[in-house]
Design a binder for this molecule. Sequence first.
Ligand code: AMP
Length: 427
Amino acid sequence: MKILIVGGGGREHALAWKCAQSPRVRQVFVAPGNAGTALEPNISNVDIAADDINALLEFAEKEDVELTVIGPEGPLVAGIVDRFAAANRPCFGPTRAAARLEGSKAFTKEFLRRYGIPTASYATFTAADFDADYVRAQRVPLVVKADGLAAGKGVIICDTHESAITTATAILGGSFGAAGNTIVIEEFLKGEEVSFIVVAHDQQVIPLATSQDHKRRDDGDSGPNTGGMGAYSPAPIVTPALHARIMREVIRPTLRGLAGDGNPYTGFLYAGLMIGDDGVPKVLEFNCRFGDPETQPILMRLKSDLVALCEAAHNGTLDGFDVQWDSRAALGVVMAAGGYPDAYRKGDTIDGLEAAARLPGKVFHAGTRFDGSRVVTAGGRVLCTVGLGATVGAAQQQAYALVDAIHWNLVQYRRDIGYRAIARERA
Ligand code: AMP
């Protein structure tokens, strides 16, 4: 069969690489893909942008693609699954209505409140009803969020009332375009963040291996927020008791609520959770797709056939599907372009990829492209090097051996990915 993966980042490289291992798959297409997907056996890039739904559907029809898997949120929120369904072309992911869980933070907060699913307390505003006195009456820090998709930049943590008011006014004034026509202002939650990713079809659900990512750019989880500087799986903080609690208090009620509202969910569902000192898992956000960079270490550990899993979820035959995981830990380190997450360099030649390919582990590409025969940087997050090991610590060593083999001008990466898990292992 032929598979189409939509997207061009590290997540899509990992999805394509894993799908290509399925014995039933003859060819995997990636639209638009990157230099890493171009280099893989049985994988070809297709020059179609991830948000060009018409062209993607036309391509899937022409090639008789039997399963399309969507990486990024943009096309999901825009309704790609509905469009493919109308043409009877299998496309794995949530419908536009279900993808609002990521597409609108105000929608999600109201949904969580209505179903009693734990989350930070909040209020929503538009420019017409913004109330600075409400802000002044809250405890700081406060978190100000643009309602819509803002490429991971629409969440600002404000330490003072005045900065929260300035930030809210700027977003409502258009600093994130229409994504900021509505804002959510919410309570700042303390604790440790966990990514909890499941694959679901209505109320059938299989939790994937646990993972944790590092959002801040610099060591010690300091510096600006990014799309993610590294991730590992499993996350030792998710004990069996916490796992059961997240399923019971967050995942199942969410799937039940969506179905009850007439928007049953199919696809990968990513809950970003804050685990406070009281142990309560509170929802920070939902993503309607697999995480990046969590996908890379999670799929390194997946022993089952990913195509069969996606098909079972698409067709509603998840119950009884047995997902097998490598018992080893996996850890991914993101190598980013100089300047990221602000304006960053592009076009720098990446050296050492051949040497890295001879080492254990796997280098997934994100923002890369070919310039003649050279692989050059083409995005903020450029590569994710993933190591495997008996412990998170051993996986970390393998991942950094890959990092050490690769170089380009002004490359930046963190040196401490996984430090919390490794401290837990040592204790
Ligand atoms: P979101 O896109 O809503 O997950 O926000 C991005 C990041 O901002 C999260 O991964 C957290 O690190 C942080 N964040 C969001 N909401 C809160 C909150 N209420 N309290 C503390 N940190 C938050």
